[in-house]
Design a binder for this molecule. Structure first.
Ligand SMILES: NC(=O)c1ccc[n+]([C@@H]2O[C@H](COP(=O)([O-])OP(=O)(O)OC[C@H]3O[C@@H](n4cnc5c(N)ncnc54)[C@H](O)[C@@H]3O)[C@@H](O)[C@H]2O)c1
Length: 394
């Protein structure tokens, strides 16, 4: 993670976060460990908790505690109660800065510990779903401190959501099932940044991809990208593998499971485990059998089996290792620089959802290109003059 490493080295010199209490809620993976090291190098007193019960790499959590002095509250496979308890323990740290992924820390603080808000300099948010929740808090008048939408930086969602989720979601499906994707009908539910990546990579593996959408522009884009687009009710009997990436709820519901083929595989790569209505599926089932790790077969009354991967949680983190380091390098560079930006602008930013300034985004792209040994052109003086003038036309 060369970009994050450069930031860590600068942070070590400049100590922009010296003595500040910070809570980071993220998938506890090797990449997050590098972010935690950068924050500590900057002087933050950081506590790290998991942003999902199934995404923790226990060896990473242990190494951070033992070798890097970061307090970590996370264990792979923790119950929802333990997960929530960890959020509350983190809040006992009385954070001045929050790095959130899905907005559980911010939402819990606002609803259960409002007295902590007075100390908050700001929060950053990693993912699409968390930003949707922050917007809802803002509408309800509950967001009373600045938030930075890290997800909305171009060097985040163009790469992490598209190429990261695209690759690691299929990696999760393959590691869980060892299935051949070539020739399979894959239904991708949602054609946003993540869905585009999943659909593109599934096609690259030889799958026949169907996209379902609710947004006409995204549906049109998927159609012109060459995918078949249809309602989920029509796709349900055709698909062999279903992958949800919408950030919404019950996008595959009881009536869709009802229509699926025997042996259909269903999984989710959206943030929360609500995209598949597994409660409905359970009610329709006579038996649930664990076939192998992260693979459960729900037996329906008519004898069909529906295979659910990773308990409906993010499949790329449950069954695989999440996004590769080289893409998280840019996402977490954005996180580290967002936290620094909040501190530098303490008291000056409105209680709003902010974007990092465009120069920061561009700088991250430059640093990443340098690390990848890719160079690009600079515009000539003649080109700069032309682009800034209106006089010359045809
Ligand atoms: N697995 C990961 O590592 C990972 C990484 C980044 C983001 N995420 C999560 O993935 C989800 C999607 O993120 P994104 O950046 O692609 O968001 P996005 O807003 O770009 O795309 C979501 C798409 O889903 C569509 N959609 C909503 N409801 C639908 C429905 N009922 N049926 C079909 N389509 C529907 C929307 O119209 C939109 O086009 C979010 O929950 C986000 O937090 C996961």
């Amino acid at each position: 993670m060369p970009v994050l490493q450069m930031i860590r080295q600068r942070f070590q010199q400049e100590r922009p976060l010296a003595g500040l209490r910070l809570v980071a809620c993220a998938h506890v993976t090797t990449e997050t460990a590098n972010l935690a090291r950068a924050l500590s190098a900057g002087g933050a007193e950081a506590v790290l908790i998991a942003s999902n019960p199934l995404s923790t790499q226990d060896d990473v959590a242990a190494a951070l505690v033992k070798h890097y002095g970061v307090s970590v509250f996370a264990i792979k496979g923790e119950s929802v109660e333990t997960y929530s308890q960890h959020v509350r323990i983190a809040l006992d740290h009385k954070p001045q800065l929050i790095i959130d992924d899905g907005s559980d820390v911010v939402a819990t603080m606002i609803s259960e510990r409002p007295e902590l808000i007075a100390d908050i300099i700001g929060t950053t948010e990693e993912t699409t779903t968390g930003i949707t929740r922050l917007k809802a808090m803002l509408r309800d008048g509950k967001l009373t401190f600045p938030a930075i939408a890290v997800n909305d930086a171009q060097t985040k969602h163009f790469f992490d959501n598209r190429y990261g989720t695209g690759q690691s979601t299929l990696d999760g499906v393959i590691r869980a099932t060892n299935i051949l994707l070539a020739g399979k009908t894959v239904v991708v539910v949602g054609y946003g940044w993540c869905g585009k990546g999943v659909a593109m990579r599934a096609r690259g593996m030889g799958s026949n991809v169907i996209v379902t959408e609710i947004n006409p522009i995204k549906a049109l884009e998927a159609t012109m990208d060459g995918f078949r687009v249809m309602p989920i009710q029509q796709a349900a009997p055709l698909g062999e593998i279903f992958i949800t990436v919408t950030g919404s709820r019950h996008v595959i519901d009881g009536q869709h499971f009802e229509k699926m083929k025997d042996g259909a595989i269903v999984c989710n790569s959206g943030h929360f485990d609500l995209e598949l209505n597994l409660v409905a599926l359970k009610e329709m089932s006579t038996d649930i059998k664990t076939v192998r790790p992260w693979v459960e077969e729900y037996k329906l009354r008519d004898g069909r089996g529906i295979i659910v991967l990773g308990e409906g949680r993010l499949i790329n983190l449950a069954a695989a290792e999440g996004h590769p380091a080289s893409v998280m390098d840019m996402s977490f560079a954005n996180q580290a620089l967002s936290v620094e930006y909040l501190v530098k602008n303490k008291g000056k930013l409105e209680a709003q959802i902010h974007l990092l300034p465009e120069e920061v985004d561009t700088e991250i792209a430059h640093l990443k290109l340098t690390a990848m040994k890719v160079s690009i052109d600079d515009p000539t003086p003649e080109q700069i003059e032309y682009m800034n003038s209106w006089q010359s036309g045809t």
